[in-house]
Design a protein around this ligand. Structure first.
Ligand code: SF4
Ligand code: SF4
Length: 369
């Protein structure tokens, strides 16, 4: 049975004249949650501590607020650790989010800077997303995973996940924050796309794919799959539809990024990873979308745990028990994530993590006021 600590987002003021109660602030509640859960207790003086979050993209308006990350960074410093706030580049080679420069620009636009976070921002997989450490695993679908270099080098990793829905994996929480967010571009490709790219008869020889390929893997209109590092750049630039890629099904995507999460846990060491899920602004889509829809359920609170599976299971259960909000994408359904999209289900990730032994489906909620 895993312990999952919970603090509610409610700030009940019983008497209007007693409005000045800073202890009701969610930031102060987060501090009490982290202290009570003890998830920062193993941090030692000089530890390089990665705070893994998601900065959103240009247009996202409801990613995790920087004040929460700042509080965690300050607490890490009090323990003697040296925090840095981190993210990885997105799949592809053409959009801003595909490069560290674009990621940092979007982060700044969304309010994340070294000043607001009280810690520097470091993009964990380097300028273009290929800085990584190869890990061999016996995953359900993947046997090799490319963990982002600065995650691999960190002494401790704390996942700070904005918990929300996701159109393919059902939801985004700790498993996704680690399994997608802590790996380099090649592993993002392997999670999202079945095979290396191939060129079909629609090719007119324009050369755009040859020009963008970072490893010179396209010769005479054929992809050398031994050389290809699976960045998706060629498919993005081909205007003729001559480069076919087949996107993974929601279940396979979930199983594959849970495999990636296993690789991160194996490499960094389970005892060095801790998790916080923020059940605030629970939007139906992930923070990679250039917009933020209305929340599907009310704000619920914040969870903290040492168990990557238990914390996501607890978050899914809480969302499924919560009332749906009017004028939102939510539908009445046993699994709200399935109800919204039809083709995906929250059980895909959870069952995959259980099969790999990443944590416990059974948990006890410990309330922290
Ligand atoms: S970008 Fe497309 S059309 Fe142009 S050479 Fe490459 S595969 Fe052919
Ligand atoms: S061939 Fe491979 S490495 Fe080259 S652009 Fe395409 S996906 Fe990227």
């Amino acid at each position: 049975m895993a312990m999952v600590y919970f603090t509610s987002s409610r700030a009940p003021v019983e008497e209007p004249e007693r409005w000045y109660q800073p202890q009701l602030s969610a930031i102060n509640k987060l501090e009490r949650l982290l202290e009570r859960s003890g998830i920062l207790d193993d941090i030692e003086r000089g530890d390089q501590v990665a705070l893994k979050t998601h900065f959103g993209v240009r247009g996202t308006t409801k990613p995790l607020r920087s004040v929460f990350i700042r509080k965690v960074a300050q607490m890490v410093k009090t323990k003697g650790g040296e925090p840095f706030v981190t993210e990885t580049t997105g799949l592809g080679m053409t959009r801003e989010r595909c490069f560290a420069t674009g990621k940092i620009e979007a982060a700044e636009e969304n309010g994340y800077t070294s000043q607001t976070l009280s810690a520097p921002i470091i993009i964990a997989d380097g300028l273009k997303g290929f800085d990584c450490v190869e890990v061999c695993i016996d995953g359900a679908q993947l046997k090799k995973v490319y963990v982002a270099k600065h995650i691999a080098e960190a002494d401790k990793v704390i996942s700070l996940a904005h918990f929300k829905g996701h159109m393919n994996s059902g939801f985004g929480g700790a498993l996704k924050n680690i399994g997608v967010g802590c790996v380099a571009k090649t592993s993002k490709y392997d999670s999202h796309i079945y095979d290396p790219p191939s060129i079909n008869d629609l090719c007119d020889g324009c050369g755009a794919c040859v020009k963008i390929c970072p490893v010179d893997a396209i010769r005479e209109w054929k992809v050398d799959i031994e050389k290809c590092i699976r960045c998706q750049g060629c498919a993005e630039v081909c205007e003729k539809g001559a480069i076919s890629v087949k996107w993974t099904s929601p279940k396979d995507l979930s199983e594959r990024f849970v495999d990636c999460a296993k690789a991160v846990l194996d490499l960094v060491g389970r005892e060095n990873l801790r998790y916080v899920n923020f059940l605030l602004d629970i939007t139906p889509h992930c923070d990679c979308c250039p917009f933020s829809d209305n929340a599907i359920v009310p704000d619920l609170g914040i969870l903290a745990s040492e168990d990557i599976l238990a914390i996501d299971k607890a978050a899914v259960d809480m969302v499924n028990k919560a009332p749906i909000l009017a004028d939102s994408m939510a539908k009445k359904a046993k699994d709200k994530f399935h109800g919204m999209y039809g083709w995906t289900h929250s059980s895909y990730q959870l069952n995959a993590a259980k099969k790999l032994g990443l944590g416990s489906m059974k948990y006890e909620i410990i309330k922290v006021e």
